[in-house]
Design a protein around this ligand. Structure first.
Ligand code: BDR
Ligand code: CA
Length: 306
C-alpha cells in the first residue's frame, strides 16, 4: 500500500486532495502550511478533514509565515475567510500534534524511506526541513509539487506567478534546488484538466457524507471561478494528488530544469523553465503536461463516495 506524507494549506482543493489520499493510500500525516488562509485556520481545517475521514491521521502545525518576506496576498477570496467556504463547521474533535511540521517531515522521511511526499501549499515547511537536514531529499522516493505556471500563465497579482510559489518564492527556490527530481503539477495543466460541471454535480449527488461536505465548502470557490469566467471544476491539489497516487495517470510530461524567480518587480514567484536547455543544468522537474482525465475523474469519484 502506498504511503503518503502531505504538506498542505487547506483550502478547498486541498480538502478534495486529502479526501482522495485517504480513499487510496495510507496517510502518514498532514504537515500544515500557511497559505490560502492563516495557519490557525489551515490547522483547524486539517483537523476537520481528519474527523470527516474518520482516521487518526496526525496533523502537524508548521510555519505561520514565509521564510523571508511577508506574503503579498492570501486566497481568502477563493477559499473563504476560514479557508473552507465559511460554512461554520463546529470545533473539530481531533487535536493537532505537539510536534512541529518541520520536525515531522524530517522524522517521517527517516522512518518511511518508501513514502511519497506531496506538497499542496507554499513550500515553507519543506524548505526549512531541507535546511535543517540536507540529506532529506535523498530519503524521499518521490516528491510531487502542486505549483508554478510553466509558461507564465499564473493566478496571482504577479502575472506569471502561481499562488503556492508566489506566496514563498525563497522556500520554493530552496526546494527546487535541493531535490534532484520532482513531479511538477502546475496551474496551467490544472486548467486543462478541469471537470465538466454537470459530471461533477452528478458525483456530488451520488456520493456520501464526503460529497455533502465538499459541496458545502466548494461554494465560495465555485462563485469565484464563475466570476472569472472559468468553466468547470478546477481542482489543482486534487490533480497533484492523483499524480502522486497513480503516476501512470500521466500521459505527457516534459523533463526540464525549473528555477524560481525571487526578485523581479513584476515576476517575483515565477517558475522559470529552461525550455531550450541553454543553461546546461540537469532537469530537476518532470513537468506534468497531460493526464488521463477519465482516470483522474474515477479517483475523485471514489474520494467522494460516488
Ligand atoms: C494552489 O493555490 C491554492 O489556492 C490552491 O489550494 C492550490 O494549492 C493553486 O494555485
Ligand atoms: Ca493548496
Amino acid at each position: 500500500q502506498l504511503s503518503l506524507l502531505i504538506d498542505t494549506d487547506p483550502g478547498v482543493d486541498d480538502a478534495l486532495a486529502i479526501l482522495m489520499a485517504h480513499a487510496h493510500a495510507d496517510v502518514l500525516g498532514l504537515t500544515i502550511a500557511a497559505g490560502n488562509v492563516g495557519l490557525g485556520h489551515t490547522v483547524r481545517n486539517a483537523r476537520t478533514l481528519v474527523d470527516l475521514v474518520g482516521k487518526a491521521t496526525p496533523v502537524f502545525p508548521g510555519c505561520p509565515t514565509p521564510l523571508v518576506r511577508m506574503p503579498e496576498e492570501d486566497a481568502v477570496h477563493v477559499h473563504g475567510t476560514d479557508g473552507l467556504g465559511d460554512v461554520g463547521f463546529p470545533e473539530p474533535k481531533s487535536v493537532a500534534a505537539e510536534e512541529h511540521a518541520v520536525h515531522a517531515l524530517i522524522r517521517l522521511t527517516r522512518e518511511h524511506p518508501d513514502l511519497t511526499l506531496v506538497a499542496l501549499g507554499p513550500l515553507t515547511n519543506l524548505a526549512l526541513a531541507v535546511r535543517l537536514d540536507p540529506t532529506l531529499p535523498q530519503r524521499v522516493k518521490r516528491l510531487v509539487i502542486m505549483g508554478g505556471a510553466v509558461t507564465g500563465l499564473g493566478n496571482t497579482g504577479k502575472i506569471p506567478a502561481e499562488f503556492n510559489i508566489g506566496f514563498d518564492p525563497e522556500a520554493a527556490h530552496v526546494v527546487f534546488e535541493a531535490f534532484p527530481r520532482f513531479d511538477l503539477v502546475d496551474w496551467e495543466v490544472v486548467l486543462r484538466h478541469a471537470f465538466d460541471d454537470e459530471e461533477f454535480n452528478g458525483w456530488i449527488a451520488a456520493g456520501d457524507r464526503r460529497a455533502t461536505f465538499f459541496e458545502q465548502v466548494f461554494g465560495t470557490a465555485r462563485a469565484f471561478n464563475a466570476k472569472r469566467g472559468r468553466r468547470g471544476v478546477i481542482a489543482a491539489d486534487a490533480l497533484a494528488m492523483a499524480v502522486a497516487i497513480d503516476p501512470a495517470i500521466v500521459t505527457r510530461a516534459e523533463e526540464r530544469h525549473v528555477a524560481v524567480e525571487m526578485d523581479g518587480r513584476l515576476t517575483r514567484g515565477a517558475t522559470v523553465v529552461d525550455w531550450t536547455a541553454r543553461l546546461g543544468h540537469p532537469a530537476n522537474a518532470r513537468i506534468v503536461m497531460a493526464v488521463d482525465q477519465a482516470r483522474f475523474g474515477a479517483m475523485v469519484c471514489r474520494a467522494l463516495g460516488a
